[in-house]
Design a binder for this molecule. Sequence first.
Ligand SMILES: Nc1ncnc2c1ncn2[C@@H]1O[C@H](COP(=O)(O)OP(=O)(O)OP(=O)(O)O)[C@@H](O)[C@H]1O
Length: 340
Amino acid sequence: MSEDLTKPELESEAELAFEGALRPKSLTEFVGQTKVRGQLELLLKAAAMQDRTPDHILLAGPPGLGKTTLAMIVAHESNRPLRMSSGPAIQHAGDLAAVLSSLVPGEVLFIDEIHRMTRSAEEMLYLAMEDFRIDIMVGKGAGATSIPLELSPFTLVGATTRSGLLPNPLRDRFGFTAHLEFYDESELYEVLRRAAALLDVEIDKDALREIAGRCRGTPRIANRLLRRVRDYALVHGRRADITTVREALDLYDVDALGLDRLDRGVLEAILKRFDGGPVGLNTLAVSVGEEADTIESVVEPFLVRVGLLTRTPRGRLATPEAWRHFGIERHTGGLFGDGL
Ligand SMILES: Nc1ncnc2c1ncn2[C@@H]1O[C@H](COP(=O)(O)OP(=O)(O)OP(=O)(O)O)[C@@H](O)[C@H]1O
């Protein structure tokens, strides 16, 4: 089975190290997301002028768009230490209490996948975010008492691919929510140009543009493809030009739009098994053997963005563009009834 180069999640230690080397350290180095950058800049400046911890920040968006990077930048730009944790690592309220009670004044606490925290931890977080205080339960049954514990002021930066799953009381306690969007090709070109310079990869401009168009709107994937192209050029003793890029990406099954195996699986299921849809999310999930949650938060946002899929009240529907992209003949007139 070939490596899935467009999978948004991180795979290996090597990849983590590679990402670390390419991570922008400041808002000025951070490419794209202009609106979010401006909003964050203002929020951090205002906090610095008033000499207080910045408000809690929620970063929402699909994987690989820069949520972890932005959390690191918030800490770096406001000159504060950063503690990193994640929803799945916080299984009990006690786990969260341990983290919160050991924060130093002004520390930035990053909780990745915050929607995956347990309910009891979530409830503890409400009070911590609002009053910098938690109540610790001691003892059991009738003799149980709660002891209040004062916390150092901190800034919570939460990241989620599913902001819709966050309970309102939690969402409301963030002073600012940034919705990260997929990057356009010129922004991805810039991400790649910067990465190529940092990695000392000599690569033609049109070759960079080709990668930018095939990386699923995602900087993490852009950097990963650049690495594979660099390897391909090295092994074949070639210059990293557009032909090299095309050959390398073809070798790794990255199609013209950068769709990954799961994207293609989902679309092909809709087209071939459900005649273009509409098909309900759960039925679709079973048919491709994937969690409905992954389809909704990772696969669909990009397919909708590139116009291959629409969400309707009756289910997911492939667009005429999807039929064209896969070169599949349509049997019956579907909702679009456009007689492709
Ligand atoms: N705006 C950007 N400019 C330049 N590089 C970026 C940008 N955003 C992300 N990157 C690069 O993409 C990589 C992935 O970003 P990051 O880990 O921050 O994504 P993420 O949204 O936190 O993903 P996940 O939700 O999977 O953790 C980073 O190492 C960084 O090199």
